[in-house]
Design a protein around this ligand. Structure first.
Ligand SMILES: [Zn+2]
Length: 473
């Protein structure tokens, strides 16, 4: 499997440090508002990498953080190095005051919405979703280590800063080398007097006395973490000192990922993340999504229009993750048409006897996916299989069901039918289990014989990527 490594500036082979076990850290949401579809496209990236690894028979461990403290209103991740170090307000706190609620109540509300949206897009849940507010001890440990080994200092205002000049390799991901970085433009006079050097950033910020929520007691007084601190602390704790792949949106390259890399490497003396992989921006109707442009689209908006959120997922897959993509309603509607057609074909093919997937199609699909997640090309293989008049329907079914393990668009979902929810009679359940075993060992003859037997007893069975769906016929 090859992925485009932003630091190497080329697509490189991904070889897990632990044999056949890929570890992925994905920068997650700041939970102060609903994630829009552009955010969701970024969150899809770690799911695709993880699904592809699993298709190769590897294990995966995925960690995605939940930022519920420390992300300031001016932390855009774009522009000057000083972004995020100013007197901007914590995004969660500001939203809480707007909504007249407690900070954590607001954070949990948007965290739930985030999980609901991931579910709607068939994103497999990560193994861990650490919250920044619950990882404060880990951050304190990290900062203590950085102070002990000379990479961090207490500034004039009582905050703790990372000493950027102590990390010689700063800028390797984004190309923003320290000597080229100008003092931030947002501060009058250009330089924050609390720190020694304009490119230093806060690991821990001293809280103003007016701040009563999201503050913690530390060896350096009462305060709260800087945004970049959490990702180093959580990734080192949950994935260790060698992490195979780190994902995020392209705008996180700098300063978020540069700062995170400096912290993790300075704390451990190792190059912790092997590959930094970034998802490109999504435009909607040709423009960056923003409140002021009035073009912010949520997953719920897609559902409210009567569209399947997996049509949105298919629309994303029609573009490679690191291609800038212009989404429109007609793009999603077009994807819905394709999805409906494929699902009804798959349902039809499912009634034919199973047949093995021809190797050439399997290889073409994998070659496209392995080539830096070239999902548009992988989808072309589905079209070739669909059109192949020589290929048995049962083989088409098996191919689509297999490919859906990566695509995750529920190709074997039955359109317009409700799964029977009554428990199956004992004898039928036994047959279904025997058929599952036959399919697992690729004994399609037995599997088809059992299907006929079930049909004779009044039960129809459909194969889906998640197993068999049995209905009273
Ligand atoms: Zn992060």
């Amino acid at each position: 499997m090859k992925l485009y490594d932003t630091r190497a500036r080329e697509a490189v082979d991904i070889i897990p440090v632990r044999e056949r076990h890929l570890t992925i850290y994905a920068c997650g949401p700041t939970v102060y508002r609903d994630a829009h579809v552009g955010n969701m496209r970024t969150f899809l990236l770690s799911d695709l990498i993880s699904r592809l690894a699993q298709l190769h028979g590897w294990r995966t461990t995925v960690v995605q953080n939940i930022t519920d403290v420390g992300h300031m209103a001016d932390d855009t991740g774009l522009g000057g190095i000083d972004e995020g170090q100013g007197d901007g307000e914590d995004r969660v706190l500001r939203q809480a005051s707007d909504e007249g609620k407690g900070a954590l109540a607001v954070a949990r509300h948007y965290e739930d919405a985030f999980h609901r949206d991931l579910g709607a897009l068939n994103v497999h849940p990560a193994d861990h979703y650490p919250r920044a507010s619950e990882s404060i001890d880990d951050m304190i440990d990290l900062i203590t280590t950085l102070m002990e080994n000379g990479h961090a200092y207490i500034g004039n205002d009582g905050s703790v800063f990372f000493d950027a000049r102590s990390f010689a390799d700063y800028g390797a991901i984004s190309g923003n080398r320290l000597e080229e970085l100008r003092p931030g433009h947002r501060f009058d006079g250009g330089v924050d007097p609390a720190k020694r050097f304009h490119a230093d950033w806060a690991l821990w910020k001293k809280a103003p006395e007016t701040r009563t929520q999201l503050v913690w007691e530390t060896p350096w007084g009462v305060g709260f973490p800087g945004w970049h601190t959490e990702c180093s602390a959580m990734s080192l704790k949950l994935l260790g000192e060698s992490i195979d792949v780190h994902t995020g949106g392209i705008d996180l390259r700098f300063p978020h990922h540069e700062d995170e890399r400096a912290q993790s490497n300075a704390a451990t003396g190792r190059d912790v993340v092997r590959h930094w992989v970034h998802a490109e921006h999504l435009l909607f109707d040709g423009r960056k999504m923003s409140k002021s442009a009035g073009n912010v689209v949520l997953v719920q908006d897609v559902i409210d229009r009567g569209l399947d959120p997996l049509a949105l997922r298919l629309a994303f897959l029609q573009h490679r993750y690191r291609q800038q993509m212009n989404l429109t309603w007609s793009v999603i509607e077009g994807a819905q048409t394709t999805l409906d057609r494929w699902r009804s074909r798959v349902a039809q093919w499912a009634t034919s006897p199973s047949a093995p997937i021809p190797d050439n199609y399997r290889e073409e699909f994998l070659a496209a996916a392995d080539d830096d997640l070239d999902t548009p090309r992988a989808l072309q293989v589905l079209r070739s299989v669909e059109r192949d008049s020589e290929l048995a329907d049962g083989a088409k079914f098996e191919f689509f069901a297999w490919a859906d393990r990566l695509l995750g668009i529920d190709l074997a979902r039955r359109v317009g039918q409700v799964v029977d929810e009554e428990p199956l009679p004992e004898a039928i359940a036994v047959l279904v289990e025997e058929r599952a075993q036959a399919r697992a060992s690729k004994d399609f003859a037995t599997s088809d014989r059992i299907r006929d037997e079930l049909a004779a007893q009044g039960f129809s069975v459909t194969d889906t990527p998640d197993g068999q769906v049995v209905e009273r016929s």
